[in-house]
Design a protein around this ligand. Sequence first.
Ligand SMILES: *Cc1c(COP(=O)(O)O)cnc(C)c1O
Length: 416
Amino acid sequence: MNNRYFQPESLMMSHGYKPALSEGAIKCPIFQTSTFVFNSAEEGKAFFEVAYGQREKEPNEELGLIYSRLNNPDLQILEERLCLWDEADECAVFESGMSAISTVMLEFLRPGDAILYSKPVYGGTDHFINKVLPEYGITGHGFTNTQSEEEVFQDLKGKGLEHKVKMVYVETPANPTNALFDLEECKKIADRLSTSDKEVVVCVDNTYMGPLWQHPLKHGADLVVYSATKYIGGHSDLIAGAVLGKSKHMKRVRTLRTFLGNMAGPWTGWLLMRSLETLKVRMSKQAENTVEVAQYLSQHPKVEQVYYLGHLEEGSRQYAIYKKQHSSAGAMLSFDIKGGEAEAFKFLNNLKLIKLAVSLGSTESLAEHPATMTHSDVSKEDKDSIGITEKLVRLSIGVEHPSDIIWDIEQALEKC
Ligand SMILES: *Cc1c(COP(=O)(O)O)cnc(C)c1O
C-alpha cells in the first residue's frame, strides 16, 4: 500500500516540480529568463553534449538548463504533465497549434513525398498542406470517412502516389460536423504504405477531444498534435500548441523546434500549467452541459438536425468508432437551422450570453457560422460533400449553468 498509481488529474498540481529548487514556492514560478548560468565550464560542455545529441544521457543525468529556446522549467514541467494524459514518452510545446502541425510536417516530409490526409481538416492545416507544402515539392491527397481502405489505396495508385506517402494525417472528430475516422484503419493504411526503408507515420490532430476524451496513441497513432489554445488552455487567453509521441519521433520534432525557434515562452507555459489543474473538471462540466443542450436542440421545431456524438445511431459504423475511441461525446456540436444563412445569422446576432466568436473548448460558450467563418476558404465542392451548408451553426459549450445556455438558445431561436 506504499505506492499508488495516481490519476493524471491528481498530479496536475505537482508533477515534475521540486519546490526546494524554487525557495519552497508551492507553485512553479515563471522563469522569465533567456539564459541559465553554468556552475563551471565543464558543466556547460556536458549540457551541450546531451542537448545536441553528441552523447546519450548517463543513467541519472538530467538535461541541464541552457537557454530558453532549448529548455526552460515552465515548458519542461508542462510537457511532463501533458505526457500523463496521453501516456506519451515525450511532449514538445509550441507557440501555436499551427506551429506544432507545420513543424511535424516539415520534419517528416521531404521534396518528392506525399501526405495522405483526412477531409475535412482545420482551415490552417488545409492551407499548409495545399498551398505551402506544394512550394516545397510535397503533394497532399485527401480522403473522406466514406471511403474504404481499398478505395483510398486505388485513388493513391491512380495518382501514382502510393510509393510517395510518408505521413497519414488524421483529424477526428472532424470539425465542424463531428464525422469520425477509424484510427486503427488509418494505421493499417500507413502500414500497407510502409516499406523496410520507409516508415509512414500516423499523426492525429486530437484538438476536438482534448487530452481527456480520446487517446490516439493507444489506437495506432505515432504522433498526436493539439492546438493548446483550445481545451488545454481553456480560457480563450493564449495561443499554443503541443506534439506528443514516442521518443524516437519526438527527438526529431524537438530538434527541429530548437532550430525553427517556435517553442512557447515561459509565460505561456506557466498559464498552461495553471489551466491543466482544472482540465478534467472544466471538460467534464462542458460535456455534461452539452448533453442537455443537444437534447434541447434535437426537439426544437426550428432545428432540422443536430450533429452530436452522443446522438449517433446505435449499430452504425460511426457509432462503433465512437464506442471504440471515445470516453465522452465531448462539448462540440453543430446543428442545421431551418432556413439558410439569413436564419443562421439572425440566431447568432441575437445571442446574449453565448459569444459570437471562432475557437473552441474554452470556459465560455461560443457560436459561429462555419460556411462563412472558420471554413469559408474550403472549396464549394468540398463544403457540399462534407455538409458545411449555409444553415449549419457550430457551438462550443462552456461551463455556464446549462439552463442559462439553453435560455439563450431558446430566445435567439424565437427571433429566427
Ligand atoms: C484551432 C485549431 C488548430 C490551430 O491551432 P492554433 O493554436 O490556432 O494555431 C489546429 N487544429 C484544430 C482542430 C483547431 O481547432
